[in-house]
Design a protein around this ligand. Sequence first.
Ligand code: A2P
Length: 276
Amino acid sequence: MKMECTLLNNGIEIPMLGLGTYKIGKTDEDVYNAIRTALDVGYRHIDTAALYANEVPIGKAIRESGIPREDIFVTTKLWGNDVVKDEVPQAFDRSMQLLNIGYVDLYLVHWPVKGKLVSTWREMEKIYASDKAKAIGLSNHLLHHLEEILDEANVLPTVNQVEMHPYVVLDDLVDFCADNTIVCEAWSPLGSNKAPLLEEKILKEIGEKYGKSPAQVVLRWNIERGVVAIPKSSNKERQAANLNIFDFKLTPEDVQLINSLDKNYRTGIHPDEIGF
Ligand code: A2P
């Protein structure tokens, strides 16, 4: 089944489903193996970050996979401490060295840093101009952060990656991003293992109609609202299952039921409460 892609506002294609890699393995070897199995089962979109401290084994797995570099979409992210220290170019160069894959497809500001939203974006624009990042974007930015940046941006952010799943639906943010040609990406699209999302009866019942698991239903729901999803799994079978969502369609009634699970509940930190 061919992976669906969507176009970023600068003409670059991004696969709708990618692999999240935060805490995907305890050791570099675990991380390496998880990425190799993901690439083997068909992932062509890998999401990492400087914070995850796994750029080295991820880069190695990509290089040794035998898959042409240009066939794999790779994202990494700028950590807030480097913003605080005014060391954005140095942070980018470090990620490039650790990954050692020539370029990144997408470089994201990991979290908003108070008072530095626009100055950080200026640094990101310089990185984009260097052509070592094919696209630049944001992560964990709320509406008010986006508005502040968009007022001043010379280059539009391509992406905003936030925690998003049926417990935190964020319709306003999704609509705002769509109106501004920004693609939303969902991290922890399965609600992480901290929330009992996948035990929800509604998801089980919908899944039964299509022969799909609750996880596959949730991932499909993301894709159908135009949201790119990056579920994490280190397990080959679950990695493959999470990719197997492009052969069924939810009905409007299914979508409404899934939306009804919304309780504005995040498993991770609220972007206004991050301590940078
Ligand atoms: P595992 O790696 O053992 O598959 P995140 O919210 O950070 O994306 O993490 C997703 C969590 O859900 C991980 O703990 C992962 O564990 C688990 N997971 C991933 N895919 C599935 C699936 N299809 N069904 C159930 N659990 C899943």
